[in-house]
Ligand binder design. Structure first.
Ligand SMILES: [Zn+2]
Length: 101
């Protein structure tokens, strides 16, 4: 599986970058600060599928890694909110409706 959002996801609590994990064939990202033994943050898990669903809603198709790299500035995540910030537009995608993970 391709890591689509490497370096683009930051933790909404500590503002550090998320790191990816492969959990049973699915790419997930968690707070790198939490991931360290000394880390003092929450796990703040987000799956790549969740982000891709939001991207698909906006673009009405699946974007390639190259396209994602060129349009997505950064994504800020908390446990009840995903905020996707784009380079070209002021617009952000905001989701607080997930919870199935
Ligand atoms: Zn954090």
């Amino acid at each position: 599986m391709t890591i689509l959002f490497k370096g683009k996801i930051i933790c909404g609590y500590c503002k550090k970058k998320h790191v990816h994990k492969n959990e049973r064939g699915r790419i997930k990202y968690i707070c790198s600060h939490y991931n360290r033994k000394s880390g003092n943050c929450v796990r703040n898990l987000i799956s790549q599928d969740q982000i891709m669903e939001l991207m698909e809603l906006k673009f009405r198709r699946l974007l390639s890694k190259e396209e994602i790299d060129s349009v997505v500035d950064y994504i800020e995540v908390t446990e009840d909110k995903i905020q996707i910030n784009f380079y070209e537009e002021k617009e952000v995608i905001l989701s607080n409706t997930y919870g199935q993970f």
